[in-house]
Design a protein around this ligand. Structure first.
Ligand SMILES: *Cc1c(COP(=O)(O)O)cnc(C)c1O
Length: 356
């Protein structure tokens, strides 16, 4: 039985991206060779890289002057590369969860860091508002989607200094005004491809301003100059990213993806609100369309394990909430079909008729 995959990451990918990757592992476009055994310097792979960059730009409407890179090391390596390359006077960070905090912690190794605002007082169940971005900082770092807690900054904020966004878990889930950011980055394994590749969208003019020496491999300018091929890139994950980007384009682009995500979100959030057994864990206006967190009402708390078992029987996986929130987390990434959300909502209704 095909599972309903609610995993938080690595997570569900479009079926055809997986199918086409499997084909390319056996035989890449009739070349008689596997994608696993060709040179990254070959024209076949160069074409894959070029098309992935071009389609990323096309799908997200990325302006001319931005570079798109595919690197290794995950979003977590970016936490250190960002301050290494960009922090001279100070870095400003918005503390909206575990990942945001990790980025902030890494920056402290390189200089002064301002924690502009934090929602840690309420276990990151809301987004800080009305904060002041220090205009003398080198950049302001935000995490647009807080994967663990289920909050999401869904508008492109106005920022007087270079804005840097970790979009690991909401990239390509909605149209983005890229021109408002100096850099957007993330691990691919939530919404774009398999683990092992990191995307970086960067405006070159923010680079070259720090006085410290930067190791070659950690310098964005190296990867820009070499077209993400300074060393061997993660070839297979990049291939799958390309297939996902093709799928997005084919079904109608990020505009259509956003509509689909809104429909899925509405379906599940409406049920969480309606069903007397469940309740959401975050402020309504800050709710994520990618990771939908909910728990059981106190009265039904001891039925949580039962509900988890019940959803498992129905072929649903990945619904367990992160240990720091508890309860349930349904990750409803781009590739998750609405049928899976319907199945979950039906399970919640069924549970209500049995126990409420
Ligand atoms: C998963 C995740 C990360 C960590 O990504 P890695 O590629 O594993 O380093 C960072 N930020 C956010 C928002 C995430 O969801």
């Amino acid at each position: 039985m095909k599972k309903h995959n609610f995993n938080a990451g690595p997570s569900i990918l479009p079926a055809e991206a997986i199918e086409n990757t499997a084909k390319a592992v056996r035989d890449l476009n009739g070349t008689g060779m596997s994608i696993l055994e060709i040179s990254h310097r070959s024209k076949d792979f160069q074409a894959i890289m070029d098309e992935a960059v071009a389609l990323f730009k096309d799908n997200l409407n990325i302006p001319e002057e931005y570079k798109v890179l595919f690197l290794g090391g995950g979003a977590s390596l970016q936490f250190c590369m960002i301050p290494f390359n960009l922090l001279e006077k100070k870095g400003a960070y918005l503390d909206t969860g575990v990942w945001a905090k990790k980025a902030l912690k890494e920056a402290q190794l390189f200089g002064e860091v301002v924690n502009v605002a934090s929602s840690s007082d309420k276990n990151y169940s809301y987004l800080p508002k009305n904060y002041n971005i220090p205009t003398d900082a080198d950049y302001f770092h935000i995490t647009t989607n807080n994967t663990i807690y289920g909050t999401e900054i869904r508008e492109d904020i106005n920022c007087p200094i270079p804005l840097i966004a970790d979009m690991s878990s909401d990239i390509l889930s909605r149209p983005v005004d890229v021109s408002k950011y100096s850099m957007i980055y993330g691990g691919a394994q939530k919404n774009l491809g398999p683990a092992g590749v990191t995307f970086v969208i960067i405006k070159e003019d923010i680079l070259g301003k720090v006085t410290r020496k930067i190791p070659t491999m950690l310098d964005y300018r190296t990867h820009i100059k070499e077209g993400s091929m300074f060393n061997t890139p993660p070839c297979l994950p990049i291939f799958t990213c390309l297939e996902t980007l093709k799928w997005i384009k084919k079904i109608g682009g990020v505009q259509k993806i956003q509509e689909m995500n809104q429909a899925k979100g509405k379906l599940l959030y409406d049920e969480i609100e309606r069903n007397p057994m469940f309740k959401g864990t975050v402020a309504k206006e800050d709710r994520s369309l990618m990771n939908i967190c909910f728990i059981m009402e106190d009265k039904y708390k001891d039925l949580e394990a039962n509900f988890m078992d019940y959803t498992k029987e129905l072929g649903m996986v990945g619904l367990k909430g992160h240990r720091s929130v508890g309860g349930f987390r349904a990750s409803t990434y781009n590739a998750l079909p609405i049928e899976s959300v319907k199945a979950l909502v039906d399970a919640m209704k069924e549970f209500e008729t049995k126990y409420a």
